[in-house]
Design a protein around this ligand. Structure first.
Ligand code: SF4
Length: 390
């Protein structure tokens, strides 16, 4: 089996801003709560953009995403400096979406207005919940009032492209509380939102607190029930559940993330950022601000590792990501990009799940049902292929 490849139509750039004001208990992203090296890291990131000038070739950059960490800790000038480096280095004539992840406590009117001088045209706001007890359980830096004020402020200043993050399955959050959070999305006319179950990752403060009986454990049954409420409520409110964790009003999909799922290339800049060349190579930067900065500023060379994907890795990734989306896993796409035999084996592998009503086949496309979405990762894992299957 081999993978046939074509020149990608678009690319994305992800910038990881590795700083936060305080640590949320559940978080296992890479960040530092000390801002001491912020200037150095940003200088290194601007230089890394130039050092990676060949990574995307001639492919036009369609999206830029400032993620983290907390990108709203950057001033408008700092954002502009990073963006200038991108503009000098890559093709941006087809740029459509520039997203800034922002925390509500940073989004005061003065700051939001200052961002009008930058190319940022979309916010992804880390609301997590509109309820104070949930925010306290998660040790978020903002309060419930700031959550709502941040959204209204962004809308007042004219940022129409808005997304918010919400978390369900938080101990103490009843089903009705979760419904009220979802209803806020409707009331505030937010065009896009992401919803995640609270998960307890190892090496997080939450994991430690639960292990030492200092925090109420997370209940998987509560989270599953609230995932069901999410599907029903979002549908009733007119949102498309276009990816397991992402919901949008018609045609308001996040372009950056959708391009990830379509397998388009992206370049990750900053500590811990990941890159994919759209073909066979995945790379990731070191998750350490000092090591990252020194490697670039002193040795002129990013500290990163790389892996080469086999055709099976690539196929399995396609199965996993496509099944999570409303567009599903396209057997014709597999036949075109791998071969017909592979498409037939994948189709056969789906029969068991179709019998359980976890999946339906719509022509040549396999899609998860609502019931199947509860087990998306498990189903995809069971459908993965290896050399023994062909
Ligand atoms: S603000 Fe975001 S990145 Fe920072 S600790 Fe909280 S969840 Fe993690």
């Amino acid at each position: 089996m081999s993978l046939h490849s074509t020149q990608p139509a678009a690319a994305g750039i992800y910038l990881h801003i590795p700083f936060c004001r305080q640590a949320c208990v559940y978080c296992n992203f890479h960040f530092s709560t000390s801002l001491r090296y912020k200037d150095d890291v940003l200088r290194a990131m601007a230089l890394e953009i130039e050092l990676q000038r060949n990574y995307l070739g001639d492919t036009p950059v369609q999206t830029v995403y400032f993620g983290g960490g907390t990108p709203s800790l950057l001033t408008a000038d700092e954002i502009l400096r990073l963006f200038d480096a991108i503009q000098r280095t890559f093709r941006v004539d087809e740029l459509k979406e520039v997203t800034l992840e922002a925390n509500p406590d940073d989004l005061n009117i003065g700051y939001i207005r200052s961002l009008r001088s930058t190319p940022v045209n979309r916010f992804s706001i880390g609301i997590q919940s509109f309820r104070q007890p949930d925010l306290e359980y998660m040790k978020r830096a903002h309060n419930a009032q700031q959550a709502e004020a941040a959204i209204k402020g962004a809308q007042d200043v004219g940022f129409e492209k808005l997304s918010i993050d919400l978390i369900y399955g938080v101990p103490g959050m009843t089903d009705n509380h979760w419904r009220e959070n979802l209803d806020k999305v409707r009331q505030l006319q937010i065009p896009h939102f992401s919803a995640y179950a609270l998960t307890v990752e190892e090496r997080t403060a939450l994991h430690h607190a639960i292990a030492h009986n200092k925090a109420v454990p997370v209940d998987a049954a509560q989270a599953a029930g609230q995932f069901g409420i999410l599907m029903d409520t979002a549908r009733a409110m007119g949102y498309e559940h276009y990816e397991i964790s992402n919901l949008a009003l018609p045609r308001q999909y996040a372009i950056h993330n959708t391009n990830y799922w379509r397998g388009l290339p992206y370049l990750g800049i900053g500590p811990s950022a990941h890159s994919f060349d759209g073909l066979h190579r995945r790379a990731w930067n070191v998750s350490n601000n000092i090591v990252y900065t020194k490697a670039i500023l002193e040795d002129n060379k990013p500290s990163r590792e790389e892996e080469v994907l086999s055709p099976f890795d690539h196929l399995n990734e396609y199965i996993m990501t496509s099944l999570r989306t409303q567009w599903g896993c396209d057997l014709d796409h597999i036949a075109r990009n791998w071969d017909e035999t592979t498409a037939t084996v994948v189709e056969k592998g789906s029969h068991l799940f179709q019998e359980k009503h976890w999946m339906v086949q719509d022509g040549r496309v396999l899609k998860l049902t609502d019931q199947g979405k509860y087990f998306a990762d498990r189903i995809a894992g069971d459908m993965f292929l290896s050399g023994d299957d062909l």
